[in-house]
Design a binder for this molecule. Structure first.
Ligand code: PBG
Length: 344
């Protein structure tokens, strides 16, 4: 709205007229949600025939690789453009340096090869960070008692090349080390991987809403201390714009704000300031809050999910990483086929 002065007055103006029927509501709708807007995070694990429910995220699973293609097929069939993979390692495979992150035959690399072979057109987003691989649960390596920036970035760049070579067409660094986008971009380009895209978790906050995800990965109990020295302070907003500006200068193709719903103001500022593809991560705690209320019968299972996702579009998002992606895409596909809803 360019003018702060709205034309017209009641009773000549009655905004309820355009709300009166389904067709006018559809015609004047400013935003919409479709499967194209959704990215589904998937947790993979070792073993055979495993589909373990994640207790703190009802309706989400950890799947072994033999189950992965069938699991991802749900998203592909509904037209979801991409999935984001996260690995759940057994604690014996973790160490202080996150050694497994650099193994070209690790869980993520094997998962990427399977999914690329089964669904060549599906976008594959690989998480770049060390926390699934470290026994202390931090996203980088520890030197002298703190998470050390530059040594971590060096390892993350190697991890990025390993993941890209295994078939991830997009990498999403979620570690929040300074300077990592530029170093990753240079490492990928040097390895002849110029086509690999970077989604920067540019404004990632030190949030309580990651709790269920850390349970899913088993990195929660392992985590020593907190992530306040590298993830952003929830009190800050201008700082998010600086983070985004730096990541764009360093070569990020898309930027992400995380968590989602408590940070809609940040999404809006980022998108209006930079006008670049802005993604949100509706994180595990947001999912579990809504899902928990739905499972208790406190929220409408369909409307609550779609309303929460549409809010991201209204705030300026191009796409949303959401554990509800498959459920939401199913609802949207059904709504497209159904007749207009009756008046209420
Ligand atoms: C860590 C990472 C986290 C999430 C994605 N990558 C958690 C953390 O920073 O501890 C959270 C995702 C979610 O909560 O759904 N690299």
């Amino acid at each position: 709205m360019n003018s702060p002065y709205l034309p017209g007055r009641y009773p000549a103006v009655r905004l309820r007229r355009t709300r009166a029927d389904d067709w006018t509501r559809r015609v004047v709708a400013e935003h919409s949600l479709s499967a194209d807007d959704l990215i589904w995070p998937i947790f993979v694990m070792d073993g055979v025939g495993k589909r373990e429910p994640i207790t703190t995220m009802p309706g989400q699973w950890r799947v072994s690789l033999d189950q992965l293609v069938a699991h991802a097929e749900a998203a592909v069939a509904l037209g979801i453009p991409a999935v984001a993979l996260f690995p759940c390692l057994a604690s014996e495979s973790k160490d202080a340096e996150g050694t497994q992150a650099l193994n070209p035959d690790n869980l993520m690399c094997r998962a990427a090869r399977l999914l690329k072979a089964a669904f060549p057109a599906l976008g594959l987003i690989g998480d770049v960070a060390l926390d699934p691989y470290t026994d202390h649960g931090h996203d980088g390596v520890i030197r002298g008692g703190t998470v050390a920036n530059d040594p971590s970035v060096e390892l993350l760049a190697k991890q990025a090349v390993v993941l890209a070579e295994a078939g991830f067409d997009t990498l999403a660094p979620s570690d929040m080390m300074d300077g990592r986008i530029g170093v990753l971009r240079a490492a990928l380009d040097h390895a002849g991987l110029q086509h690999v895209r970077l989604i920067a978790y540019a404004a990632k906050y030190a949030s309580a809403f990651y709790g269920p995800f850390r349970d899913a990965l088993g990195s929660g109990q392992a985590l020593r201390g907190d992530k306040l020295t590298y993830q952003m302070d929830p009190a800050n907003s201008d700082e998010a714009l600086r983070e985004v500006a730096l990541d764009l200068q360093e070569g990020a193709d898309m930027v992400m704000v995380k968590p989602g719903m408590p940070y809609l103001d940040i999404i809006h500022r980022v998108n209006t300031t930079f006008g670049v593809p802005t993604l949100a991560y509706q994180v595990s705690g947001e999912y579990s809050m809504i899902k928990g209320a739905i499972d208790n019968g406190w929220l409408d299972p369909e409307r609550a999910v779609l309303e929460a996702l549409l809010a991201f579009k209204r705030a300026g998002c191009s796409a949303i990483l959401s554990y509800f992606a498959v459920d939401a895409a199913r609802l949207l596909a059904r709504d497209r086929l159904s007749l207009p809803k009756t008046k209420s």
